[in-house]
Design a protein around this ligand. Sequence first.
Ligand code: GDP
Length: 420
Amino acid sequence: SDDKPHQNLAIIGHVDHGKSTLVGRLLFETGSVPEHVIEQHRQEAEEKGKGGFEFAYVMDNLAEERERGVTIDIAHQEFDTDKYYFTIVDCPGHRDFVKNMITGASQADNAVLVVAADDGVAPQTREHVFLARTLGINELIIGVNKMDVVDYSEDTFEEVTEEVKQLLKQVRFSDETTFIPISAFEGDNISERSENTGWYDGPTLLEALNDLPEVEPPTDAPLRLPIQDVYTISGIGTVPVGRVETGELKTGDNVSFQPSDVSGEVKTVEMHHEEVPKAGPGDNVGFNVRGIGKDDIRRGDVCGPADDPPKVAETFKAQLVVMQHPSVITAGYTPVFHAHTAQVACTVESIDQKLDPASGEVAEENPDFIKSGDAAIVTVRPQKPLSIEPSGEIPELGSFAVRDMGQTIAAGKVLEVNER
Ligand code: GDP
């Protein structure tokens, strides 16, 4: 499967509309759950006299992952179609899903929007579509789910499709997209055309995924590796760990950690407990750098080539979308910004322009405030050094979530970095 082109896929949609169930169904139908694991579960289920055992197994596993919280492994639900190798980005249903969607270790190329047929467009349907648009998701495939609950009614399918098309129009997403009547739970139109929807003649979900356009090849951006944790391992020394977002990490390279501003030569690179000569985008690595001690670097640092180090912002200009804020945001507001593995309090120094969220055109210069639903260009001053990149140069390091009062209140991408 390694020679197939890769796609990062997000599964988005309102809570309880069936995202996790769909992930389980996709893994199950594509045979992405190891045979011995299914066999073990089959036996357990038979002993207990339960049906639907294999699918239930996948679901249990996903639930367990959710409870464990965000780990490096959580984004690693993988499956393939004839053409592509898919990684499901983030863990649907996790309470920090929106934040993960923005700052997630790797961002989604395309997404499946799950909309329950018996509920239609709901608040998080809007929120996720809005975010998908802001963050540059290329294509959406719409799964109108829980068709079994509405007796596979064509009329209901058409109504929900129309409602979603209105939403897509509002945010200027192309509505020339694929709408598929599915049941994640029963398995209709996932890998095989369902007899329950005789009126439907479009593709199955797996066919639609297989038909997605190929992803632009990764940029030839320099190494950027946000540090997730720093360990001390006896016999080796200091071992920062993280995921290579862009470029390559090789033994012998001279690397720099920013904003901690230390550098040294890479001695060893380890992946899956084995030493490797180099690592590339998407690889989770632990590595060791000559002369760097545990207290020299920290989570939130970004590792890059010493001769092309990660940028550190004095201020940066960003395009921001306010998702939910109980009142208004004015200049001086200082919430916590989450970007890659960093969390830094940042002040919104000025609100430069308010944008029309649909067209992206300037609606007002220097507005006094912005509120939920508004999009704006703002100037931001980190209160502590923060490494971040213009999304036009390195998109992987160019977006952020704004958190306050325990929720994600805004998301955005960096337009310009004014370096320290
Ligand atoms: P999420 O919050 O979007 O991840 O939703 P879940 O996958 O956890 O599903 C929420 C509830 O809806 C669970 O009880 C599922 O069993 C149920 N569900 C999901 N998909 C379907 C479906 O296609 N048909 C029916 N009848 N129930 C479903």
